[in-house]
Ligand binder design. Sequence first.
Ligand code: NAD
Length: 335
Amino acid sequence: MKVAVFSTEPYDRQFLEAANAELGHPHELVYLDTRLESHTAALAAGFPAVCIFVNDDGSAETLKTLAAGGTQLVALRCTGYNNIDLQAAQDVGITVARVAVYSPYSVAEHVVGLIQLLNRKLHRAYNRVRDDNFALNGLLGFDLHGRTVGIVGTGKIGLILAQIMTGFGCEVLGYDLYPNPQFEAIGTARYVPLPELLERSDIISLHCPLTHDTHHLINAQTIAQMKRGVMLINTSRGQLVDTKAAIEGIKSGQIGYLGIDVYEQEANLFFRDLSDTVIQDDTFQLLQSFPNVAITAHQAFFTREALNDIARTTIANVNDFEAHRPLANEVRLPD
Ligand code: NAD
C-alpha cells in the first residue's frame, strides 16, 4: 500500500524501514519532511494511507482534502489522538488508527530525569564543572525519599511512574477518572480526590490524555490549591497546563519547579532546529529564562525500544487495513 509519511525525521525512516522490511508486504513508504496541515494535505493525493505524528493537523478541513485525494487511512505514530477530528474522519470515511501501546518506560523514565534535573540542578552543575567552577552554592537539592508524588492519570505511564517513585521511597498518590486496581497494588500507592492530591503532593506529574475535560486542568485555581514550592511535571500534552497561569505561579513562588516535555504552542517550535532563527514566542522565551524551569522538546518517548514499538505497530496497522482485518488500534468516536 502507498503511504505518505508526514513529519518524518531520519530516525522515523530508520525504524519504519526496518519494520516495513520485516512485517510489511512491504508497503511503499514515501517520506515527507513537511507537517500535515490543511495546505499540505494535497501532497497525499493518490495515497490510500497517510502516517502522521503528534503535531500534525487532523482537522476537518485537512481530512476533507485527504479524503478527496483518495486517502482512507490515517495511521498515527503516537498514542494521543487529540489532533484528529474524529467526527470529521467518520463523516468523510477515513479510518484512524494509533499506536495504543509502546514502551511506557520511555516516558516514565524521562519524568524521573526531569525531576532530578530540577531537584539537583544537574544542568547547572554540568555547565559549572565544564567552566572549572566547582562551587556548590545554588545547587542544593532535596531527598526524594519521604516526599509525596501525585500522579494524575494512572494508565500505562502513570503506573510505571508509581512503581519507580515507590522505589525511591516516595509516598504515591493517584487521581484518575477510571481508577485501576493495579495502581493501589503498588506499594502504598493510594487514590485520592484531585483536590487532595494537589494539596498534599510535593511533586505532581500529569499522565492523562488531552480531552475537552483536561484542557487547562492546571490553571490559576488548581495551582493555588497546590503546596507552595511544588514541582510540576508535564510530559503529556501542553494544553493540559495554562502556561500563563504557570508563569504567574513561578513568579510568585507557588510553583517551585516546572519540568515540561510538552508545551501549548509546541507545534510552531518542536522537532525542528531553530537555532539560527529569532523565536517569536515570547511566552516560551520567558519560560526558558527561569532557572527553575526545565524544558525538553517532546522527547520523552524517544528511546530505541519505543521507536521500535511505534514503527512495528504502525506497519501492523497498515497491514490490517490493507487486508480488511479488524483494526485492533482503531480510534473511534465514543458511543
Ligand atoms: P493511558 O491511556 O494508558 O492512560 C491515561 C489515563 O488517564 C487513563 O487511566 C485514563 O483513565 C486517565 N484519564 C482520562 N481522563 C482523565 C481525567 N480527566 N482525569 C484524570 N485521569 C484521566 O495513556 P498513557 O500511555 O499512560 O499516556 C498518557 C499520555 O501521555 C497520553 O495521552 C499522551 O498525551 C502522553 N504521551 C506523551 C509522550 C511524550 O513523548 N511526551 C509519549 C507518550 C504519551
